[in-house]
Design a protein around this ligand. Structure first.
Ligand code: URA
Length: 295
């Protein structure tokens, strides 16, 4: 065999050996560099196992088994996890929770209430309104926001282009906090829930939010805003922007944003704040593509 023939035989042998190694490591298919996420240096088997997928490692010059290994490529649109509850499961979970709330005596309000007020509305609502606690009328009817403040809330909801049937309405405290609990028949006997009452009730509103899992929670007034966003900031500091909602006792199936605005009762006392409240609500409308009530 002449020199050139011997060289050709050697080249073919090296080519075939290299092909075999390529196949073994699955590197034969070329990839656009832009397609590849940043490389990490890991042994092939470890990286495959960690990534859980078959990916194409870029061979180092000396072709050892320790290679610069690209991380598994993330799908551009990750599949939605099946975390959201079905409508009938949400209804059942909320009804069950409402029964627990109705027999709750975790704080002294349980002894003086006429009716607990768990909350109500659309279990698949995009927007959930959360007030501070039931007043005189709510205590009598067992339903949230049915007094004068509730009538204004209804107008606010309608102005957004929604109805009470579209949204979910609840409170931080589920029983009527009274300044004079010995006389529940008295008018003007409302007060905000105190820290102990809020702490006792917190898990109920948190569970309701996690079950309904709305896109947006609107905290009505300082009590709801401080309870759900931060106990440090004033309503003035918290309103006018969206916050990420974090719950203490349950995990949200998906991220929920919360916006704080004025309580309708405060708007009845200070009608000049309505303009600012309307601006807050329009932020939610913009996010949801709501055009508002037709004039
Ligand atoms: N105020 C609230 O905060 N909640 C109600 O349900 C009624 C009035």
């Amino acid at each position: 065999m002449g020199d050139s023939l011997r060289k050709l035989a050697g080249d073919v042998k090296r080519f075939l050996a290299a092909q075999e190694e390529d196949e073994l490591l699955d590197i034969s298919r070329p990839r656009a560099a832009a397609d590849l996420p940043p490389a990490t240096s890991l042994p092939v088997q470890t990286a495959h196992a960690q990534a859980g997928v078959s990916v194409a490692p870029k061979m180092a010059e000396n072709s050892t088994l320790t290679v610069d290994f690209p991380r598994a490529q993330q799908p551009t649109t990750p599949p939605e996890p099946e975390l959201a509850m079905k409508k009938q499961d949400k209804t059942a979970a909320l009804n069950e929770l409402a029964e627990v709330i109705k027999s709750c005596t975790r704080c002294p309000l349980g002894a003086t209430r006429l009716n607990a007020v768990p909350g109500e509305g659309n279990v698949n609502a995009d927007v959930m309104f959360v007030g501070e606690g039931p007043g005189f009328d709510e205590d009598r009817q067992g339903r949230p926001f049915v007094g004068r403040a509730g009538q204004l809330l209804d107008k606010m909801i309608l102005a957004m282009g929604l109805t009470r049937e579209n949204v979910f309405i609840a409170n931080i405290a589920k029983c009527h906090p009274m300044t004079d609990p010995l006389h529940p028949e008295k008018h003007g006997n409302d007060r905000a829930p105190n820290a102990q009452e809020i702490a006792c009730c917190r898990k109920y509103i948190e569970r309701q939010i996690a079950i309904v899992c709305p896109k947006y929670v609107v905290a009505l007034g300082g009590v709801a805003a401080k309870a759900l966003i931060s106990d440090a900031g004033s309503l003035g500091a918290l309103r006018g922007k969206f916050h990420n909602l974090h719950l203490d006792s349950v995990e949200l199936p998906k991220p929920v944003q919360i916006l704080a605005t004025f309580h309708p009762a405060a708007l009845l006392r200070n009608p000049n704040w309505k303009k600012d409240a309307w601006q807050d609500l329009q932020m939610v409308m913009d996010k949801l593509g709501l055009k508002g009530a037709r004039k």
